[in-house]
Ligand binder design. Structure first.
Ligand SMILES: [Zn+2]
Length: 271
């Protein structure tokens, strides 16, 4: 796991694991780690949502599912790209990449998406590409021959020119629903609410994109209803296209699983 090692080492450069007392800080470390991973998943779903609502790419026959998943990850990276002076933002993005490297099948069921390690590398590539000077340490973790700066520029231009709204007008507001948890998911709900991820996502989208349709971000217990451990966006078809309702669903079970799993796999490297 060369990549893992490099990620953990580079993470330590930014203070992710600079911990004076492991016992006291372990919970906080785990929470920061899970927060970064969950935030990336939520913003990935926002990529799907905006691809569907603004550019109608979700039904474009020229795009494969793999294309769309890759694009949603890139979209998330543009929305979350941290400044070099934003250590928390950097930690969160590294956590998202590291989260994909916890490839134990008991926590990862992401079959429609690219292989987990690939997703981690793409995140690091775009992070590096967003500012090769500031993030030079990450070059070592990247495959030779990739022009990550050019790749970053392409998706950044897309988001700027195709997706972002420059009229200054506000579109539809996003609704937020934290459904009552069932099946012991209270902690996951509290974690998600405390994290501010859902509100951040709502505000980020409303500020920069013009939503034409009813849109909701809902957090819920999914067991017995839908893929209980994944995050996904869905498009609830109305009687007419005007009545379509765009929904991002965040399942408490996924968060609960990640909180339980914690930083397993990174203990030795982060000592
Ligand atoms: Zn996806």
């Amino acid at each position: 796991m060369r990549y893992l090692w490099i990620l953990v080492v580079t993470a330590s450069l930014f203070g992710l694991s600079a911990t004076p007392s492991r016992a006291q800080t372990q919970d906080a470390e785990t929470e920061a780690f899970v927060r970064g991973f969950v935030r990336f998943l939520a913003y990935h779903e926002a990529g799907h949502l905006l691809m569907g609502q603004i550019a109608d790419l979700n039904s474009d026959p020229d795009w494969s599912n793999v294309d769309r998943e890759d694009y949603a990850d890139r979209f998330a990276m543009i929305l979350l790209a941290p400044d070099a002076e934003d250590p928390d933002g950097i930690d969160e993005i590294i956590s998202a990449a590291a989260g994909w490297l916890q490839v134990d099948s008991s926590v990862l069921r992401n079959e429609p998406h690219a292989p987990a390690e690939q997703r981690a590398i793409e995140i690091i590539c775009l992070l590096y590409g967003s500012n090769p000077q500031q993030f030079g340490e990450f070059a070592e973790a990247l495959p030779a021959g990739r022009d990550c700066a050019a790749e970053y520029q392409i998706i950044d231009n897309d988001v700027e020119e195709v997706f972002r709204d420059h009229s200054g007008e506000l579109g539809q507001e996003i609704g937020i629903v934290f459904a009552a948890p069932t099946g012991g998911m209270e902690n996951a709900r509290l974690f998600l609410q405390d994290s501010g991820i859902v509100e951040d996502l709502k505000l980020d989208i409303e500020a920069d994109f013009y939503l034409t349709h009813r849109t909701t971000i809902q957090a819920m217990s999914c067991a017995g209803k839908a893929k209980p451990d994944t995050f996904y966006s869905d498009r609830v078809r109305g009687a007419t296209p005007d009545e379509d309702h765009f929904v991002i669903t965040l399942c408490y079970e996924m968060i609960d699983e990640r909180l339980r799993y914690g930083m397993r796999g990174f203990e030795d490297e982060t000592q």
